[in-house]
Design a protein around this ligand. Structure first.
Ligand SMILES: C[S@@+](CC[C@H](N)C(=O)[O-])C[C@H]1O[C@@H](n2cnc3c(N)ncnc32)[C@H](O)[C@@H]1O
Length: 261
């Protein structure tokens, strides 16, 4: 099946997002996916170095994910990536899980992830186009409380509407197994004066990677912590806090985990 056929098969016609949050598929990310997914996913990548792109995913899985999953004794049944792009992480991680699910807002990202999995003979991974957190819940309703590992890297940092982030946190809590783990990255650097000035400028004055859609949006740790608590999750660890690559390791908070039993 070629990329065009996959796009047709994956194109969505669902109703508005059930949570009423961020219902439109992201046109900017669709454009980025068609132009150069490698560059827009990994902005630090040297031009056309696709080998390094795939190696970087393999490294993250081997060095960051698997030791953490071992440490927390997370079962290896179902993993879910929110904002999977073309499968840089979900493809190598699929080898360690019975079933791997990647969801993304851009049809062309999902189509390419599916074709990359097919090329590599990975049969236990599946991909879904979603409209937002409510649609994620609707499409994965059979997976409520069944996902052992839910992760999202280089995604929430681009989401401008905080209600969408709050919606994803709620959806993640709902889908997470009571003993499962979530691993979410944010950019929590302080909002410096230069950041504020840059953010206020119109796109046409900015270099392409600083423009709306692809630029990173900084969130304060207080704001993220409050959203995590509101969603019924709790922080069990943090990696490189107050940086552009601040990762939160989360579980369902005990009260919500108990109520699911
Ligand atoms: C920088 S890429 C990261 C891809 C992948 N996580 C990785 O690390 O290789 C960001 C991805 O998030 C997706 N995305 C952006 N906004 C999203 C949203 N609101 N919901 C789901 N996916 C989103 C984009 O389409 C894109 O594939």
């Amino acid at each position: 099946m070629n990329l065009r056929q996959l796009r047709t098969r994956l194109s969505v016609s669902q109703p508005a997002d059930a949570a009423g949050v961020s219902v439109c598929l992201d046109e900017k990310w669709e454009k980025f996916a068609r132009q150069d997914p490698y560059r827009y996913i990994l902005t630090s990548l040297a031009p056309s170095d696709t080998d390094e792109f795939w190696r970087s995913g393999e490294r993250t899985v081997q060095r960051d994910f698997l030791p953490l999953l071992d440490l927390h004794r997370v079962p290896r049944l179902v993993c879910l990536e929110v904002g999977c792009g073309i499968g840089r992480l979900v493809l190598p991680l699929a080898r360690s899980f019975q079933r791997a699910i990647g969801v993304d807002i851009a049809i062309s990202m999902v189509a390419r992830a599916a074709s990359c999995a097919e090329d590599r003979g990975i049969a236990n991974a599946c991909y879904l186009v979603i409209r937002g957190p409510g649609d994620l819940l609707a499409q994965l309703q059979n997976h409520s409380g069944k996902c052992d590992f839910i992760y999202s890297l280089l995604v929430l940092q681009h989401v401008s509407d905080f209600a969408t982030i709050q919606g994803y946190l709620g959806a993640i809590r709902h889908l997470l197994h009571p003993s499962g783990l979530a691993y979410l990255q944010f950019d929590s650097r302080p909002k410096s004066l230069s950041y504020r000035v840059k953010t206020a400028l119109p796109d046409w004055l900015l270099p392409s990677l600083w423009r709306r859609g692809i630029r990173r949006i900084r969130r304060s740790a207080d704001e993220i912590d409050a959203a995590i608590r509101t969603a019924g999750l709790e922080v069990v660890g943090e990696l490189t806090p107050h940086t552009a690559y601040h990762r939160y390791i989360l579980r369902r908070s005990p009260a919500t985990a108990m109520s699911a039993l």
